[in-house]
Design a protein around this ligand. Structure first.
Ligand code: KG4
Ligand code: ZN
Length: 347
């Protein structure tokens, strides 16, 4: 049929999501609902996401999220043409919770089940707000991911490079912890950086001396820790200005690295002579204004269009999963009750 309505489920990290997306062929899809239950508070005292706690929370909350998503969309399961679920990569307990729930709904309703790669969900998420033009260059930067992809089609991705250790979001969160700023660290560090002097602490620009698009943020984190230790008091406190300067220096370094690596990715991408040269950015770190400006600068240099999905589709959400599943279904993809949850699943 021309119009399809999909239910999507997401549970690969610390957000439980359920969403309903409706799409008429050739048009921009409609997100009828997009329910996200975050778990930041559950993990706050542990200094990171605890997989076991996350899995339990997903299992407890998913049914309710699905009900709310259907309610808010004004549909029932009878109106749904298929169920899309993140089948990996991610924390295996959480992915399993989502996959089991989706299998239950599929078995009970007789509706088709489609497993979706979480990264493909992010990669196709710009299509929730505008027409997708393939090939498109995508920078995925979040708490868990950092990679450049050439998105050639709904099921065709080419990875140009990525982080060899931490993701930038993870580094932002760690810097926040090191400097006494609240979680999630990204927005807090960005705010502090506004008042800081980025030049005060000399920090490295990891891997810029190496060719290619690979990145590293773990050494930068350690360098910030060392810089902090030169100014921390005996009472283990930092002056406000020290925090701001550390944040500014760190953010500046991330921007410089992303800028230069994006230039290299753009050069490779342009060899494919895209019809509508586009750089899309997705993931929670795409909220960072300094990083956006850095990427926009690169786009202006090479006449690329810069685009980013609306923030609610940038961070982990089920609308992008419903959308990616719907697109795969249009191409004939279909899974069954043997669908497995995969902790690792490169595109
Ligand atoms: O995509 P996301 O919601 O979850 C995954 O990691 O998959 O991204 C969350 C990450 C966190 O690490 C958070 O600190 C970071 O995105 N983040 C930011 C900003 N807002 C969120 N990082 C830098 N600047 C921001 N404004
Ligand atoms: Zn994600």
């Amino acid at each position: 049929p021309d119009t399809l309505t999909f239910l999507g489920l997401e549970s690969s990290c610390d957000d439980t999501g359920a969403a309903v997306v409706r799409h008429t062929d050739g048009e921009i899809p409609q997100v009828l609902s997009n329910v996200v239950e975050g778990q930041t508070a559950l993990h706050a005292s542990f200094g990171g996401v605890v997989p076991e706690i996350a899995a339990r929370a997903h299992a407890e909350r998913m049914d309710d999220c699905v009900e709310r998503a259907l309610d808010q969309a004004g549909v029932t399961l009878a109106d749904i043409d298929g169920i899309a679920v993140t089948a990996g990569p991610g924390l295996i307990g959480g992915v399993l919770s989502g996959v089991m729930c989706a299998k239950g709904i599929s078995a009970g309703s007789g509706k088709p089940l489609i497993g979706v790669n979480h990264l493909a969900g992010h990669a196709l998420s710009p299509g929730l707000s505008e027409e997708l033009h393939f090939p498109m260059l995508m920078l995925l930067v979040s708490g868990g991911h950092c990679q450049f992809l050439i998105v050639r089609g709904v099921e065709e991705f080419h990875r140009l490079g990525g982080t060899i250790d931490d993701a930038p979001g993870e580094a932002f969160d760690k810097i926040a912890r090191l400097t006494g700023l609240p979680q999630p660290g990204g927005p807090a560090v960005e705010q502090a950086a506004l008042e800081g002097d980025a030049k005060r602490f000399p920090l490295p620009r990891p891997l810029l001396d190496r060719p290619g698009c690979d990145m590293s943020f773990s050494g930068l984190k350690t360098a910030v820790l060392r810089a902090r230790d030169t100014v921390i008091t005996n009472e283990n406190t930092l002056a406000r200005q020290d925090v701001n300067d550390l944040a500014a220096g760190f953010q500046k370094s991330v921007c410089e690295v992303l800028k230069e690596k994006t230039r290299r990715a753009v050069a490779v991408y342009l060899e494919e002579t895209p019809d509508v040269p586009t750089l899309a950015v997705a993931g929670g770190v795409a909220a960072n204004k300094a990083i956006r400006i850095a990427l926009e600068t690169v786009c202006a240099e090479s006449d690329l269009r810069f685009t980013a999905p609306a923030m609610q589709y940038c961070t982990d959400n089920a609308a992008m999963i419903a959308w990616a599943g719907l697109l795969r279904y249009r191409l004939g993809a279909k899974d069954d009750l043997t669908l497995s949850a995969r902790p690792r699943w490169p595109l």
